[in-house]
Design a protein around this ligand. Structure first.
Ligand SMILES: Cc1ncc(COP(=O)(O)O)c(C=O)c1O
Length: 371
């Protein structure tokens, strides 16, 4: 049998951290015609204005390298319109090929071999491989109790004692929905100027708590906030995300990315999506309404579940998890099996879409879980 050890025998040897790495893999193929409640994506697609702007893209916008002017200003305008207390300028924004690329670049720019990365568990699966591929040490502190509270005091103590190089906070957390109040995030930034605190706010629009209105990046220089247009605006396939931080930090992170990593289609779509905030708001409202509807059904039928921030919830079916997953799949519904994640034995994560989509999920789930 081919082992990890001998599979590299006939090829040049990669770095030892890469050799030891299990690539981050997610079941991403063959999903197109199904009800996709497995990746927390927008389930209805982007604004019609986005589609129109992509149709109108000119030949030269395809044949020349992408131009980015105006996009950062659009992000600033969009954030300020939503909340006038946000105090940010365009030099404090970095544009990335999705937030995943921003996360990778942050680790590339700041993570030395043997440095410590601190995070919580269970959380989004891409932080760990980014640390591992740089040979960093990883400490994950579990969420607390049946409601998955953020382990704030444990995190504080760890920062004070060990001064980790990077602290990753997913807020709200994927998959537990755990929310950490922005004032507490600010408290954490004050504990060690040597720790870069990265707050992944991907799901903030769906019941979350952003630290941005409280921040002045000129004063708080060890904080990075991540936002994306994947989950709200429906641009996951185009890949575009943003990092916000002190302009020096943004400059440093940008040093490790290619000059044209984000493509012209993504830029065009992002500008239009940011101009059509009404579409995003209306989608978010639909999701919140659908989330309430599904939670009510779960409560009425005494199904163990956990719902907090984000556009997803956790369900512990009464019947065998793998059978439930298979039966949902055969009915054209995808969900995420969380059985192997810390403290989530027996759980499914279900992304929330519209009420009609949740009704479809529920009509099948009810039968397969014999409720
Ligand atoms: C918490 C979190 N961060 C980042 C990402 C990746 O976002 P993007 O599509 O912008 O790369 C995801 C995607 O599932 C996520 O759940």
């Amino acid at each position: 049998m081919e082992t990890k050890e001998n599979s590299f025998l006939d090829t040049p040897k990669p770095r030892k951290e890469v050799e030891a790495l299990n690539a981050y893999s997610a079941p991403l193929e063959g999903r197109r015609n199904l009800l996709r409640l497995d990746f927390n994506e927008n389930t209805i697609g982007p604004s019609p204005l986005v589609i129109q702007s992509l149709r109108e893209i000119r030949r030269e916008e395809i044949s020349i390298y992408p131009e980015y002017s105006g996009l950062k200003e659009k992000v600033v305008e969009n954030l300020r319109k939503k909340n006038p207390s946000v105090n940010i300028n365009s030099s404090e924004i970095g544009i990335f090929n999705g937030v995943d690329a921003a996360i990778n670049a942050i680790f590339h720019a700041y993570g030395n071999f043997d440095d410590l990365m601190l995070t919580t568990s269970p959380t989004f699966g891409y932080y760990t491989p980014c640390a591992q591929m740089r040979g960093m040490k990883i400490c994950s502190i579990p969420y607390k109790g049946i409601d998955f509270h953020y382990p704030f005091y444990e995190i504080c103590n760890f920062i004070v004692q060990h001064k980790p190089k990077i602290l990753l906070i997913c807020n709200p957390n994927n998959p537990t929905g755990t929310r950490l109040c922005p004032k507490k995030v600010l408290e954490l930034t004050k504990l060690s100027s040597k720790t870069l605190i990265v707050v992944d706010e991907l799901y903030e629009a769906f019941t979350g708590d952003s630290v941005l209105p409280l921040i002045n990046f000129e004063k708080t220089t060890n904080l990075v906030v991540l936002r994306s247009l994947s989950k709200t605006a429906g641009l996951a396939g185009l890949r575009i995300g943003f990092a916000m931080a002190n302009s020096i930090v943004i400059n440093i992170i940008n040093r490790v990315t290619g000059p044209y990593d984000v493509n012209s289609f993504a830029v065009k779509a992002a500008i239009t999506a940011l101009e059509d905030q009404g579409y995003i708001d209306s989608y978010v409202n639909k999701v919140l309404e659908a989330r309430d509807w599904l939670s009510k059904k779960l409560r009425e039928h005494h199904v163990k579940h956990h719902v907090d921030g984000g556009n997803y919830l956790l369900i512990w079916p009464k019947s065998d998890l793998n059978e439930i997953e298979q039966n949902l799949n055969s009915s054209g519904i995808l969900i995420r099996n969380m059985d192997k994640k810390e403290n989530l034995k027996g759980a499914l994560r279900v992304s929330i879409g519209t009420i009609d989509q949740m009704k479809r999920f529920w009509s099948v789930f009810k039968v397969v879980d014999k409720l």
